[in-house]
Design a protein around this ligand. Structure first.
Ligand code: GLN
Length: 491
């Protein structure tokens, strides 16, 4: 099937380049093609974050990642759909309609998206359904065909979700439309959709890949990651993007970057007791057990059960911190400087309030409210400060188990483990119809195995293990090349 047909079938791209970039025959990534998540800016195509509030927004500057990839000869095929502003783990929270999982064929009757009130997961919030979709047709922007939710877009509720928020990027790779994709991972958004689509998804250490040009969700956690079916290509792309960038104030300085990828002859692997078998769905449990048995048999590996007591508190801590940062970040969308602006307003409902209530989706609004509470004088101590303390404790606990020194504070345990291993998701990707029924808090539970590494900024990769099952390898902060080498070794 053609790129555009597949893209439409699964709703993968928000815009597609019509011509090939000129420089694709030179450079270390010559003749490779890639997809870029639509929260990373490029000068030639719109960058929407899959939000109504940024429809038609075109950045006046180029992101560092897209610049570096172009310089090395990689061809940008298009920008990919996502959960609005990166908020979600399903790719159903997009203004442009959901991206679906290309590993599953559509089979049952197709139903109309609007009839099912897809956006609201069963909650009747009609304001999001009544507005006219501004994109009723594809249009051309420079050499990009910008696609949008067609009014007759159909969703099969028996399809499985692709995972999010980098769902479009994962789908583009899984459907073989590109060699690799660039996504972003704040709490699991590269690893979870990679797991659900059976591809590699690497989230580097915090600060390792420049975020210049990434529209922020929560800056203390945001990272840019790489997804591909080919682990060697992930490593090559990381080699290109792994550069200090003075435009990003959180970019790791050159002297702190670690390139060593030597692995010990006997590799110590830690299995966190808190991420144990209890909560895993049968299919995942069986594959996970099988893999542990295989590793146990090999003379190259030694397995240890480790304890990280703060893991159990990481999900609420993550959601407190991430919503706080998001609520502050999203204040910039006032409809005055750029992006969508409401047509009519009264003095009772000021222009910026109406712009936001029309421009943001339900999940984004929910997070603004949650975050504003955590930062208020009522919630600051009990919520925000508590979450910050959990995060600090968790980092200390990681430092106590890892053998390699932490990139910045150099803390470590000389007798510790080399890597942590755990599943990426507790279950197979749910059906769209199942996911629509869960409450927001229940849906947040899908992030339980990915957020701890994000809170500590650790490098972590999803390794596929059969259809829609994957496991994560995480290493100490800064030891990205070791994580990649180990992933290659056990693949
Ligand atoms: N699902 C998580 C959230 O909604 C993580 C998203 C991400 O990594 N961008 O916050």
């Amino acid at each position: 099937m053609m790129l555009r047909q597949l893209s439409l079938k699964y709703n993968i791209f928000t815009s597609i380049a019509l011509t090939k970039s000129e420089s694709n025959s030179v450079g270390t990534l010559a003749n490779t093609s890639y997809a870029l998540k639509d929260n990373i800016v490029t000068r030639d195509a719109p960058t929407t974050c899959s939000s109504r509030i940024l429809t038609n927004y075109v950045s006046p500057f180029e992101s560092t990642v897209s610049r570096l990839l172009a310089e090395e000869g990689s061809h940008l095929v298009g920008k990919t759909n996502m959960d609005e502003f990166g908020m979600g783990n399903s790719c159903l929270n997009s203004h442009f309609g959901p991206t679906l999982n290309p590993l599953y064929e559509q089979k049952s009757d197709i139903v109309d998206l609007k009839e099912k009130e897809f956006w609201t997961r069963g909650e009747k919030i009609t304001e999001d359904l009544t507005f006219e979709n501004p994109h009723t047709d594809t249009y051309l922007h420079r050499n990009y065909l910008v696609s949008e939710l067609k009014s007759d877009y159909k969703v099969d509720p028996e399809m499985r979700i692709v995972g999010g928020s980098s769902g479009g990027s994962a789908a583009a790779v899984a459907a073989d439309l590109v060699d690799y994709a660039v996504g972003t991972d704040t709490g699991g958004s590269v690893r979870l959709p990679s797991c659900y689509t059976s591809i590699f998804g690497f989230k580097p250490s915090y600060g390792r890949i420049s975020r210049w040009g990434l529209i922020p969700y929560a800056q203390s956690l945001d990272t840019i990651g790489i997804m591909s079916k080919d682990i060697k290509l992930v490593r090559r792309v990381f080699g290109v993007l792994d550069k200090y960038d003075s435009s990003d104030p959180t970019s790791v300085s050159q002297e702190n970057r670690i390139y060593d990828d030597n692995l010990n002859s006997k590799i110590k692997i830690g299995i966190p007791a808190e991420m144990s078998l209890g909560n895993l769905e049968d299919d995942v449990k069986e594959k996970w057990r099988k893999m542990l048995k295989q590793l146990q048999k090999s003379p190259k590996f030694e397995l240890f059960l480790i304890s990280l007591p703060s893991l159990s508190k990481s999900l609420p801590a993550y959601y407190t911190l991430v919503t706080s940062e998001a609520s502050s970040n999203l204040a910039r969308y006032d409809g005055i400087r750029y992006g969508y602006r409401t047509g009519e307003y009264t003095s009772v409902e000021p222009e910026f309030a109406k712009t936001r209530s029309e421009g943001f989706g339900v999940e984004v609004k929910r997070r603004i409210i949650l975050g504003s509470y955590s930062l208020s004088s009522y919630g600051y101590k009990s919520h925000f400060m508590n979450a910050t303390n959990v995060r600090s404790k968790l980092i200390q606990e990681f430092n106590r188990v890892f053998k390699e020194p932490h990139m910045l504070n150099k803390n470590h345990n000389p007798d510790g483990i080399d890597f942590i291993l755990c599943p990426t998701a507790t279950s197979l990707p749910p059906l769209v119809s199942q996911y629509q029924k869960v409450t927001p808090v229940e849906s947040y539970m899908n992030d339980i195995l990915t957020v701890p590494f994000s809170l500590a900024g650790l490098p972590a990769i999803n390794i596929p293990l059969g259809r829609s099952v994957g496991f994560q390898v995480a290493g100490q902060l800064g030891h990205d090349y070791k994580v990649l080498k180990f992933a290659q070794m056990i693949d």
